[in-house]
Design a protein around this ligand. Structure first.
Ligand code: PEP
Length: 268
């Protein structure tokens, strides 16, 4: 059966990690408004610290900006001191949950099985899920990148409800390319991994549904290299850390990446 490629949309977002107070996040969003970020026909998102999530709900923001959280527990409530549930995040209007960021996997020992429980719980609460996957430098050296990506996706998305797929996105973030001091990936480095991610999503959800799931690239993306990453036919956006932590940088990388993405697809 031939499946028609879906009309693709562009996504651009940043994980602020453990940076920025509520006042700083509000100032960031105000600058996005001042720079007229909502004029672009694309989806933006930022993922600030928990302490900002409540306060940002009544902060004016561009209409195309989602606010996300960096972590959650899989239970709705219970004896889990220090944790926050999907239900709680939804109750204050949070749009998106990032799951499986490399820092959570590697610094806090988060497993694929835990991520699966979180993904299912997030889906049940109607949260959008941004699932991060990626191999370490060591796994890459051993030549098991495809296996690692397939395993991360198959476990984390096992039993993920088909009627929630429209709220699922995947970010490919090779661990060796993330953060200060890392190695910058070349566009040709990421292409086989994006293909492997698409292939695994097809295995899980079928070709048609898989094609509609946005796949983003993240890892040392900046103004100079962003255009290369969006050359791949099924990269739907960019997930950026350091280069997007200032609103001017956010706008610059977003516009450069978006323009390259549009050019690649024959737009202006
Ligand atoms: C990240 O940590 O997920 C990330 C993409 O960071 P950076 O862009 O700074 O490499």
């Amino acid at each position: 059966m031939t499946v028609e490629a879906p009309a693709r949309h562009f996504y651009f977002g940043s994980n602020f990690k453990m940076h920025k107070t509520l006042a700083e996040d509000r100032a960031f969003i105000q600058t996005l408004l001042d720079l007229n970020a909502s004029q672009f026909d694309l989806q933006l998102f930022i993922i600030p610290a928990f302490t900002s999530l409540g306060g940002l709900q009544d902060t004016p923001r561009p209409r195309n900006l989602w606010i996300g959280a960096q972590n959650m527990h899989w239970a709705n409530s219970g004896a889990f001191t220090g944790e926050i549930s999907a239900l709680m995040l939804r109750s204050i209007g949070v749009d998106l949950i990032m799951l499986g960021h490399a820092e959570r996997r590697h610094n806090f020992g988060e497993t694929d099985i835990e991520l699966n429980k979180k993904a299912i719980s997030a889906a049940a609460s109607q949260l959008r899920v941004l699932l991060c996957v990626g191999e370490t430098a060591e796994q890459r050296r051993y030549g098991v990148t495809d296996e690692v990506l397939a395993m991360q996706l198959k476990i984390a998305l096992s039993g993920y409800p088909a009627d929630c797929l429209e709220r699922l996105m995947v970010a490919y973030e090779p661990v060796w390319a993330i953060g200060a001091g890392s190695q910058e990936a070349l566009p040709e480095d990421i292409a086989p991994s994006i293909d492997q991610i698409r292939h695994t999503l097809e295995t899980l959800f079928g070709q048609d549904r898989a094609l509609h799931i946005p796949v983003l690239y993240g890892g040392s993306v900046n103004r100079d290299n962003c255009g290369g990453y969006v050359q791949h036919a099924t990269v739907d956006g960019l997930f950026v850390g350091r280069a997007a932590w200032q609103p001017e940088g956010f706008m610059e990388v977003m516009q450069t990446g978006y323009n390259a993405w549009k050019r690649k697809r024959g737009g202006n």
